[in-house]
Write a protein that binds this ligand. Structure first.
Ligand SMILES: *Cc1c(COP(=O)(O)O)cnc(C)c1O
Length: 373
């Protein structure tokens, strides 16, 4: 047996969490949670103390994304996966079109394709590492794309579909892109995410920033008499959110950690600060990969390379799974790639919570491990 590889402490990042979701949670947030452990945790979500936290989260997210006039922050339970079902029942009138270039985009497209009350959606597909795009199509009432495809590390701009039917909605999955990538919310109708990615909280919630047109669509579909499971009723979610509560019991720790994190991000300088920090981390890791003899960015088109999640391929003979394993044994965790992509690569979150200096340290650790393999 060979000796385990020990990475010297002075090479290591201060914080070794590089997971793309769940992602690094700031210790300061957890400390703040501990301070309210006797006053908030274990108390009713219909009372003021908890409603204040929901309000703090809704207002903080609105401020962070410069919520346009008339848009609303809607929150409910079940994470982004629950939002896909909610949108399937409550936002698509008949026919949707998808841009699908990875596993997450594919899941929403499948939910809609499986719904017996909706028309067969149009799906524009592109292989992992590239991007697919939406294009105007008569009869499509909802378009959907991801902002950042977490499974591949490809990011695309958020832009309305030129020539789309009047009133057609655009739904943007910003679960991992939101907070790391720039966005102008007037370019989309629903910008939805979950707080366990860039917003360094725990999972279990979905948060949707909805335009007036999207809210109106939800009411229109509900009024049509379509069967909608109560838990997935978007109109209920809108109404509950306006009262700073959720339809059913939320995870209070998740709400609190998300509110704490968003306040911190706003205090640092909001979306402008956050995207700049992610860009610094991206420059560090892609720059290193470009210079490396053994590593290279998986996404070949630099314009598509995500500054939220980086995917780095390794040459044959350098086993990325072994690198990830050695890193993990040294306390540097969750650099494994998205399993289904099946590539010899590492995946690294570049969310604003992650310190760019830690991403640089990570690259030095990888070099060290490769030199010892
Ligand atoms: C993580 C992720 C999801 C799934 O989020 P859940 O809250 O776990 O359901 C959906 N879309 C994207 C782009 C993601 O990164």
């Amino acid at each position: 047996m060979t000796d385990p590889i020990r990475i010297p402490d002075d090479l290591k990042p201060v914080d070794g969490r590089f997971g793309s979701g769940p992602s690094k949670v700031r210790p300061e947030g957890v400390d703040a949670l501990a301070r309210v452990s006797r006053t908030l945790l274990g108390t009713s979500h219909r009372q003021q103390a908890v409603k204040r936290q929901v309000a703090r989260l809704r207002n903080g997210i609105g401020e962070f994304f410069s919520l346009p006039e008339g848009y609303e922050v809607v929150i409910s339970n079940g994470g982004t996966s629950a939002f896909w079902e909610t949108a399937t029942f409550g936002l698509i009138r008949d026919k949707a079109q998808f841009a699908e270039f990875g596993e997450f985009g594919a899941k929403f497209a499948k939910a809609v394709a499986d719904a017996p009350f909706l028309a067969e959606p149009t799906v524009h597909r592109a292989p992992g590492g590239s991007a697919a795009y939406l294009s105007a199509e008569p009869g499509v009432d909802a378009y959907a794309s991801v902002h950042n495809e977490t499974s591949t590390g490809v990011a695309v701009p958020v832009k309305r579909v030129a020539g789309a039917d009047p009133g057609a909605l655009l739904l943007t999955d910003a679960t991992s892109g939101g907070g790391s990538l720039d966005v102008d919310l007037t370019e989309t109708d629903v910008y939805y995410l979950a707080p366990q990615k860039a917003f360094g909280s725990d999972g279990g919630l979905w948060i949707a920033l909805m335009s007036p047109a999207a809210i109106e669509r939800a009411h229109e579909i509900k009024a049509s008499g379509r069967y909608i499971p109560q838990f997935l009723d978007l109109v209920t979610a809108v109404e509950q959110s306006r009262l700073d509560q959720t339809y059913n019991t939320p995870a209070l720790a998740t709400v609190f950690l998300a509110a704490e994190q968003i306040d911190w991000m706003n205090a640092q300088g909001g979306l402008g600060w956050a995207t700049k920090r992610s860009a610094e981390s991206a420059a560090a890791i892609y720059g290193w990969a470009d210079r490396s003899d053994v590593a290279s960015p998986f996404v070949t088109d630099p314009a598509l390379r995500s500054q939220a999640v980086a995917t780095i391929d390794f040459v044959e003979g350098v086993d990325a799974a072994t690198i990830a394993k050695v890193l993990r044994a040294n306390g540097i965790v969750d650099t494994e790639p998205y399993r289904k992509l099946g590539r010899n690569q590492l995946r690294v979150a570049l969310y604003p919570t992650v310190d760019p200096a830690d991403v640089e340290a990570l690259t030095r650790c990888i070099d060290f491990v490769v030199s010892r393999l």
